[in-house]
Ligand binder design. Structure first.
Ligand SMILES: [Zn+2]
Ligand SMILES: [Zn+2]
Length: 448
């Protein structure tokens, strides 16, 4: 562009062009829409509650509780909801809490979920609110720590409830705030569903955050479709009569049989599973024997089996069962196999995700702040909710400015608390924007 500001008649054109380029490059219009008027209100209310919510987060962080023992946290959550005037149900699926906000405008029922449980890890940060709590696990004393960011998830849940309840006359429909226990055990969401968390109010969409230990605050990851894996387990015992190590023909050697099983399972993945079907089998536990010259009476193997999709997990179970059975039979070994389906794969409903991405872009301030990520083979029990109703989990960056990255499930995990206000604004906006969509533009019903 070579316009001269000194030549009179070109000035209006220049101004027009500058204005035009400002509008086109503005993040406000990055996705073809202007910021709705209530965004300002959400920002103001977030700023007003942020300090209180960060204080609550620190309190929860200093007092972590293990799965299904989140009594203090649940009481704090319920108390906060009551103070906001929400309808509250407690003790759902153990320690789960539901807060119901009825908006002043007609609209759908939507839900936000936060998880409350901590991990048996001894905190090694020097934060002034670091956890000093202890717990007995398997007879051994260990520390307790919010090393997976669930304190932040719960704090954001309370923050969004605070913001939206203060502008409830503008809120369309009903918003459910679901504080769930025992995410780390992969069972809390399921227990809440079994206990009828959505008996009286059935949401048509549910949203959640997880902290992201690879991104800075202000950035978010999203994954369309499968984002986390089925987390299944098997327990195998290979049996023998046991005999002298010098007379191996006298009994089955369960260690040799077990070794064949481990290797055959890896070969099975590479030869029998479609290369596009992400699959992991890790035999992480193989215990047998007591001496060099004794063939033991049993070998115990335990494995985690990761995959995506219901059909795939069923097929895998059949193949693993067949492989184990065939190998044991060929060696004349007796065995017991206990195969358990655990947390199902997390499925981010692609249409629902597409519907909320423009909001995320607006709130975070541009496309570059929102990064599509690859699916993981880890587990996340939000999947139980997202099987019942369309759901989306976004990962919010929490890496502090002075670090390259931080690491969840580690004793040194620390998070940038700036992410809390960002998350509150983001989820409040997602809920408001989505609730205001006409029914024909919302994702209806389910099955993926
Ligand atoms: Zn975790
Ligand atoms: Zn987690």
């Amino acid at each position: 562009m070579t316009l001269s500001v000194r030549s009179g008649p070109q000035i209006p054109l220049l101004i027009l062009l500058v204005l035009f380029s400002l509008v086109v490059s503005s993040p406000l219009l990055a996705s073809g829409q202007a910021k709705p008027p209530y965004y300002q209100k959400i920002s103001e209310l977030t700023a007003a509650v942020e300090a209180e919510i960060i204080a609550i987060r620190r309190d929860i962080h200093a007092h972590p509780e293990l799965a299904f023992q989140e009594h203090r946290t649940a009481a704090l959550v319920a108390d906060h909801f009551r103070k906001l005037g929400l309808e509250v149900r407690t003790g759902i699926g153990g320690t789960g809490v539901l807060g119901v906000l009825k908006g002043g405008l007609p609209g759908p029922i939507l839900a936000m979920r936060g998880d409350m449980d901590a991990l048996a890890i001894t905190e090694e940060t020097d934060l002034p609110f670091a956890s000093r709590e202890k717990v007995l696990v398997g007879g051994r004393e260990t520390g307790l720590m919010h090393a997976c960011g669930h304190d932040i998830h719960t704090a954001m849940l309370l923050g969004v409830a605070s913001v939206l309840s203060r502008m409830k006359n503008q809120v369309p429909g009903t918003i459910l705030f679901v504080a769930q226990p025992a995410e780390e055990w992969g069972d809390g969401a399921n227990k809440m569903l079994q206990d009828g968390v959505f008996r009286d109010y059935k949401p048509e969409a549910i949203f959640a955050f997880h902290v992201d230990d690879t991104l800075k605050a202000g950035y978010a990851h999203y994954v369309p479709g499968y984002a986390g894996a089925n987390c299944d387990t098997f327990f195998l015992t290979i049996k023998s009569e046991g005999c002298h190590g010098a007379d191996p023909d006298q009994c089955v050697d369960p260690i040799v049989v077990g070794s064949h099983v481990v290797l055959a399972l890896q070969a099975m993945i590479s030869r029998e599973i479609d290369v596009h079907d992400h699959t992991v089998i890790t035999v992480g536990y193989f215990h047998a024997g007591s001496a060099t010259n004794i063939i033991p009476e049993k070998a115990e193997l335990r494995a985690t089996v990761r995959s995506y999709g219901d059909e795939q997990r069923i097929r895998l179970k059949e193949k693993i069962t067949r492989t184990i059975s065939g190998i044991c039979q060929s060696h004349g070994a007796r065995y017991e196999l206990d195969y358990q389906f655990g947390t199902p794969a997390l499925y981010n409903h692609p249409e629902l995700l597409t519907a909320i991405l423009p909001t995320a872009e607006l709130v975070l301030g541009g496309k570059d702040r929102l990064i599509e990520d690859r699916p993981e083979m880890g587990g996340e029990d939000f999947s139980h909710f997202a099987r019942e109703i369309p759901g989306v989990m976004l990962s919010l960056g929490v890496v502090p400015p002075h670090l390259e990255r931080t690491s969840v499930h580690s004793p040194t995990f620390i998070a940038d608390e700036k992410a809390i206000g960002i998350g509150i604004r983001l989820m409040s906006s997602i809920l408001m924007d989505y609730a205001r969509k006409p029914a024909r533009l919302r994702v209806r019903g389910f099955k993926k």
